[in-house]
Design a protein around this ligand. Structure first.
Ligand code: 9UX
Length: 72
């Protein structure tokens, strides 16, 4: 099964920021698709819940230096 979560990401100021986070998410096992939008400060991630949780996705973002909170 695949789930989708939306996260709010605080602190992005340029396209390099959003691309760094997007690349980090795409390299996490269990992530099928990750899109990070600078303008809306949001990430939409499709992931396999058997492999990774939304909380772990948020931790992966925070390791890149940005704060993430769950939207849905
Ligand atoms: Mo450049 Mo975006 O340091 O924060 S990557 S502004």
């Amino acid at each position: 099964s695949i789930l989708t979560c939306r996260l709010h990401i605080k602190g992005m100021t340029c396209t390099s920021c959003s691309m760094t986070i997007e690349s980090a998410l795409q390299s996490v096992p269990g992530v099928k698709k990750a899109v990070v939008a600078l303008a809306t400060e949001e990430a939409e991630i499709r992931y396999e819940p058997k492999t990774i949780t939304a909380a772990q996705l948020m931790n992966a973002i925070e390791e890149t230096g940005f704060e993430a909170t769950l939207i849905s």
